[in-house]
Design a binder for this molecule. Sequence first.
Ligand code: PHE
Length: 470
Amino acid sequence: TGDFTLSGRASAKVVIIGAGVAGLTAAYELGKAGYDCTLLEARQKAGGRNLTLRGGDRLTELNGAAQDVNFGAGVYFNAGPGRIAQWMVTLDYCRELGIPIETFINNNASAYVHTNGRTVRARTARADMYGYIAELLAKATDAGALDKALTRNDRESLLEFLRRFGDLGPKLDYAGSERRGFTKFPSIDGGTPMPDPGTLHQVLAAGTGRAITNDFGYEQATPMFQPVGGMDAIVTKLQQAVGQDRIRTGAKVTKITTMADGVEVTHTGGVVKADYCIAALPPHVLAKIPHNLGAQITTALATPVPIAAGKIGLEYGRRWWELEDRIYGGVTETDLDLTHIWYPSHDYHAERGLLVGYYNTERVAELYSALTPEDRRRRALTQGKKIHGEKYRQNLLSSVSIAWERQEHIQGGWVRWPSFDSSFTLLQRPAGRVYFAGDWLTHLIAWQAGAMESARAAVTQLHRRVLQSP
Ligand code: PHE
């Protein structure tokens, strides 16, 4: 990763189907190398799943009601991607395009964990789980149960670590810890610590495991980042760099033909002839477009399974989560069907603010998407109230919900390959003069970085071919 430039210039004509992040990145990189690109976008605007909603927008969905977005000035909702890991190429594009970024807080010890009907702060859940695990392991070590695996020195080192890891007492007991937090934080007095932890049995039964390990992986590790002012800054800047005039919106492709000397792409507004084509749209959408690329390609395109994903943005007139819960950004993890609540990592102390009231996938996302927008909101509020109480329903100004599988020309949050098999690798190579691009062709599915890496791989192959052709 890092800055990317195709070396050597060319001037071939390329038609790109889909002006989402993959299509825009392909056009941007090809444009830098001198190519003449045209983008055909079926939707009314570019960006694809990189969608930020603001006051004045209108969101329509397949077989659903249209929603008017009534957010106040400055309030936005990243309906698609919302966070970027430090190692992702997405940040290189932000830098190259001059997009300011800020921290996205995805791990906040002050946020809650709600499992099995109980709500505790993440710091409390962690302190208890780490405490008891440390106690068990420390006592086993101390009793000699691990002597086969440990030298005398190992034993000492392990015990020393476990004392810190669990905040254990002198007898290697976990008996609670200030790490659990306070009902009243220390000030001129010592404060009121949280009451004693439950028993080992209760802590295990609480089932907080998934919630407190969410950010352990390389994809979700803190700190993460977001563009200032909304994720669609990436779309806006790419569009500007590519040239608005090269992007044709409302152009639904109805036929793709590869020939010996070029490609022909038919769309609702005409026909585009070019030297090459990059098909940068979801595989399940592409699979339905008539083409002459062969039966194997059709089968391969139909292999990835679209996954439902949904989110609701709840705009409040008062940032009660900052004022009352003292939560500044972060995520509350739950075993409810809302799955996650995201608190905004920006514009702290502003008057208004927007929570992501649910962010879920697969079966629970389908459950919400089947509801009307009003019922989705009602359900989200009923569930969120279990965590935040009655204030969750107060000062609510407006809301918008998205069901990605109901977005026209997208029809899914992302896809899952049953296995990364020969269909996956087949589509990483061109079919005639048609190349494919998208997050779905990488091991970074459901990340903009996947779309960008895939676009780079496609334009690299295409460019090599152009430079080699007589
Ligand atoms: N990128 C999405 C997110 O951050 C979906 C995702 C979640 C992908 C977890 C991989 C791992 O929520």
